[in-house]
Ligand binder design. Structure first.
Ligand code: ZN
Length: 413
């Protein structure tokens, strides 16, 4: 493995994820989701979790390319079947509520060539069994998603560089987005950063906006209703089972809400390409009527976009509206990471599919069905796409009709 990054920086990064990010507390169980390609970092992370007081750290290993081979060679029946040991594992998870740490390092093209319809049928079949378990865990445990470079991913981002150069460049970029440098204190920087985001979210919640209106010269002309009393969230959330504040995404630059499913109108024009299931959708727009995507146009990837919107009956409805100013360090880097964790933090975006019940007061205590009844969308997908532009304006509308500018020219008003 190419390694310009020093051991010291690796530990600094791991410590940031464990201490400022997911905030492992004494006696907590942790499960790390890591690819075998990054086993050295997985062990550094494991040790940091123990040093923070974890009682047991397990690693769920994955391997780049493993899913693709399964989808290509195994039949639907086999892949769609959840075996008793898998059910037992899910039951144990619901019982233990371990901290989940997802280290994303996958080749964005890992699923290239896979039959998306077959994949979606398999996912739907598995979810019938797994969803009741994940529903029971929702909002009750700490988790985090963060990135770690691999050569395959780096070559996708920097195709013209040598493997070594590409890897180093992706490392530099990842560390920049999480504010880790040779001689700085990222823990203090993250405190300041999350305080700023939380203050924005608090202001938005206090305004009690019932509707947002989007406008941009590129053709975006859109309005979406918010659930009355909903809470704007950002950087962090609290695990209600132990009151631990944690930051589930690193990087994060967004302040977001769950829109009122079924209540939006107009057209959103995407401002960055969307990488979904290993395939790229470019220069696209989606038009909504009565809260549902009724048409979409893409210069590249039209068929993929249509499949995505029809993954299930609620995939064409919105589950997230997020505000990110154009000054975001990810936007400043100026390239696509081909990974939503990074790309969604470049500018304002919305997501098709599943919403977040944590945006409702006491949302954590609700069942998925209760949240759905209040307007939170539920779907097997949650796919973010970018709509932020240099001239995007977002206006908040209050119940009495008062209009308040939230975003002007792509940034906070
Ligand atoms: Zn988002």
């Amino acid at each position: 493995m190419y390694m310009k990054v020093t051991d010291e920086l690796l530990h600094k990064y791991a410590r940031l994820l464990v201490r400022s990010g997911v905030r492992v507390q004494k006696g907590q169980k942790v499960v790390l989701n890591c690819a075998v390609e990054i086993h050295e970092f997985a062990l550094i992370l494991m040790e940091e979790c123990y040093l923070a007081g974890a009682s047991k750290v397990d690693i769920d290993w994955t391997c780049g390319g493993q899913s693709r081979l399964n989808y290509m060679y195994a039949d639907e029946e086999t892949l769609g079947t959840i075996l008793p040991w898998e059910v037992a594992k899910l039951e144990q998870r619901v019982e233990d509520l371990p901290i989940l740490v997802h280290i994303l390092s996958e080749d964005p093209d890992a699923l290239r060539g896979v039959d998306i319809e077959k994949m979606s049928r398999i996912m739907q079949k598995r979810m019938v069994v797994t969803k009741p378990y994940t529903n029971r865990m929702t909002g009750k445990y700490q988790w985090i998603g963060a990135g770690y470079p691999t050569v395959a991913w780096a070559k996708k981002v920097f195709p013209d560089c040598t493997e070594e150069e590409a890897f180093d460049k992706l490392w530099d970029a990842i560390l920049k987005t999480v504010r880790v440098e040779e001689d700085n204190d990222p823990v203090a920087l993250w405190q300041e950063h999350s305080d700023t985001l939380i203050a924005k979210g608090k202001w938005l919640t206090e305004q009690k906006f019932t509707r947002l209106k989007y406008h941009s010269a590129n053709g975006t002309d859109f309005q979406v209703d918010l659930i009355p009393g909903s809470l704007w969230e950002s950087a962090g959330m609290v695990n209600p089972t132990n009151n631990v504040f944690f930051i589930p995404n690193m990087p994060t630059e967004e302040v977001f809400n769950t829109p009122y499913a079924g209540k939006c109108e107009g057209t959103l024009v995407a401002t960055k390409p969307l990488s979904w299931s290993g395939q790229l959708i470019e220069d696209f727009s989606i038009t909504f009527e009565n809260g549902r995507a009724v048409s979409c146009k893409a210069k590249k990837g039209q068929d993929i976009l249509e499949k995505m919107i029809h993954m299930d009956e609620t995939a064409g409805m919105l589950g997230e509206v997020a505000l990110v100013p154009k000054e975001s360090p990810i936007n400043q880097l100026g390239f696509l990471f081909y990974n939503t964790l990074f790309d969604e933090n470049a500018c304002c975006h919305v997501a098709l599919g599943r919403g977040f019940q944590t945006n409702l007061p006491n949302g954590n205590a609700m069942s998925v069905e209760e949240a759905k009844a209040l307007g939170v969308n539920d779907s097997m997908i949650h796919v973010d796409f970018m709509v932020g532009s240099d001239d995007l304006s977002v206006v908040g509308i209050k119940e009495d009709g008062t209009e308040v500018p939230i975003f002007v020219n792509g940034t906070w008003a």
